[in-house]
Design a protein around this ligand. Sequence first.
Ligand code: IMP
Ligand code: MG
Length: 197
Amino acid sequence: MSSENFGHNDVISQILFTEDQIDNCIFELAKMINIDYQGKNPIFIGVLKGVFIFMADLLRKIEISCDVDFLAISNYSIDARNRGVVRLVKDLDIPIEGRHVLFIEDVIDTGLTLNYLLRNLRERLPASLEVCTLFNKPSHRLIDIPIRYKGFELPDKFIVGYGLDFNEKYRNLPYVGVIKTEVLHPVNNSFKLKQGL
Ligand code: IMP
Ligand code: MG
């Protein structure tokens, strides 16, 4: 196989959610959001980059008037991240004061990043601030954050696909799968060589 290609079997040990399952789940989330936010002209806010595919699919099922905006963050050191400190590298374009904000996440793991960002957004005095996540990984949660709309519960595994990456790779997989342990923690560099990394 060329270094430009990878087959599922090379990196994925198990498919957790298929394209169809993800689509149905998003349809159900959108149905609730369409009802709850009717007449409220909400702003959907996502954090780049992991959320871009979920946001795109969710928005196309939203039938009410809404805006969309993105934040981009970069984690400082592991230590800073463990303290829940992130650096905003792109702020919102739209002011949110007095607006109904729905914060869209791809996956919530420890909750530290989300907690930091929610505090930041709350200071801007939105009319309301709720969270919608496609994937919820409760096993590592350090901070209890109320999540209004939840898609799938995840086991304690590192997943990729549907926007989620490992070292910036595999975001393009249309499904979500568990990455093989030997890819996550290579015992030698044969996999990297194969991928041209
Ligand atoms: P936390 O909730 O602050 O721990 O961080 C959540 C962020 O970690 C997510 O937005 C993802 O970028 C990343 N993340 C957590 N779990 C996974 C996973 O299983 N696959 C890919 N990225 C993940
Ligand atoms: Mg994310």
